[in-house]
Design a protein. Structure first.
Length: 214
C-alpha cells in the first residue's frame, strides 16, 4: 500500500470513529432526556440511561462520567436541536403573515412538550443539588443567549429606536414559560389562549413592523 493510500484509509477510519463517537453521545443524550421526562431527575440514574441508549455502562462512563454531565450535555443538545427546529418552522411562515404572532405560536408549542417539562424539573432540582446547580446556571445563560441571537437574526429590522427590542426575547420567553407551568397545574387551555392573544396584541403595539416584515 502506498503512503498516500495508507493516509487516505487512516483518515477514513478516524472519521468513522469520530462519527461513531458522535452517534454514541447522541444516543446517550436522547436517552437522558427520555429518562428525565419519564422518571424525573431524582429517579434518573446513569445505569438506566445506558440501558435505554442500548449501550454498556463503560461506554456511558467514557463519554459522560457523571449524571450531572450527562444531563447538562442533554440539555445543551436539546437547546441546539429546538433552536434549529424553531428556525425551520419560522422559515415556513407565509409571506405577509404576522411574523411575531407566528414566532409566539411556534415557541408556545415547544414550551408545552415533555422536553420543556424536563428542563423545568432540572431547574427546580438544581436549587438543592450543588453538583447540578452550576451546570444549570451555565445552560440558562446559554439558552438565553441562543434565544436572543435568534430573535436578533429574525427581526433585525425592528431594532431601530425601539427600547423594547432588547428585552423582548427574555420577556416573551419568561411569560410563555410561566404560562406553560400554570397550564401543567391547571390544564386551562382557554386561559392560556387568552394570555397568548394578549401577548400578540402587545407585540403589534410595541413592534409596529410585526405584520409588515418581509
Amino acid at each position: 500500500m502506498s503512503p498516500a493510500v495508507g493516509q487516505a484509509v487512516a483518515y477514513r477510519v478516524r472519521r468513522t470513529q469520530a462519527e461513531r463517537s458522535a452517534a454514541t453521545r447522541a444516543r446517550l443524550l436522547d436517552a437522558t432526556l427520555e429518562c428525565v421526562c419519564d422518571l424525573g431527575y431524582a429517579r434518573t440514574t446513569t445505569p438506566e440511561i445506558a440501558r435505554r441508549a442500548g449501550l454498556s455502562r463503560g461506554a456511558q462512563l467514557h463519554h459522560y462520567p457523571t449524571k450531572a454531565e450527562l444531563v447538562a450535555g442533554a440539555i445543551e443538545h436539546l437547546v441546539e436541536r429546538r433552536n434549529r427546529e424553531f428556525r425551520e418552522a419560522f422559515a415556513r411562515v407565509p409571506a405577509g403573515a404576522d411574523r411575531y404572532a407566528a414566532a409566539i405560536d411556534i415557541l408556545w408549542s415547544m414550551l408545552c412538550g415533555p422536553t420543556a417539562d424536563a428542563w423545568r424539573e432540572l431547574a427546580l432540582a438544581s436549587r438543592t443539588d450543588p453538583e447540578l446547580r452550576p451546570r444549570v446556571a451555565e445552560l440558562t445563560t446559554y439558552m438565553r443567549e441562543v434565544v436572543e441571537q435568534t430573535f436578533r437574526d429574525l427581526f433585525t429590522q425592528s431594532a431601530a429606536d425601539n427600547p423594547f427590542f432588547a428585552v423582548a426575547p427574555s420577556f416573551v420567553l419568561a411569560l410563555l414559560d410561566g404560562l406553560a407551568v400554570g397550564r401543567v397545574a391547571s390544564g386551562d387551555d382557554a386561559h392560556a389562549a387568552q394570555v397568548i392573544d394578549a401577548l400578540k396584541a402587545l407585540a403589534r403595539l410595541v413592534m409596529p413592523s410585526a405584520s409588515s416584515a418581509p
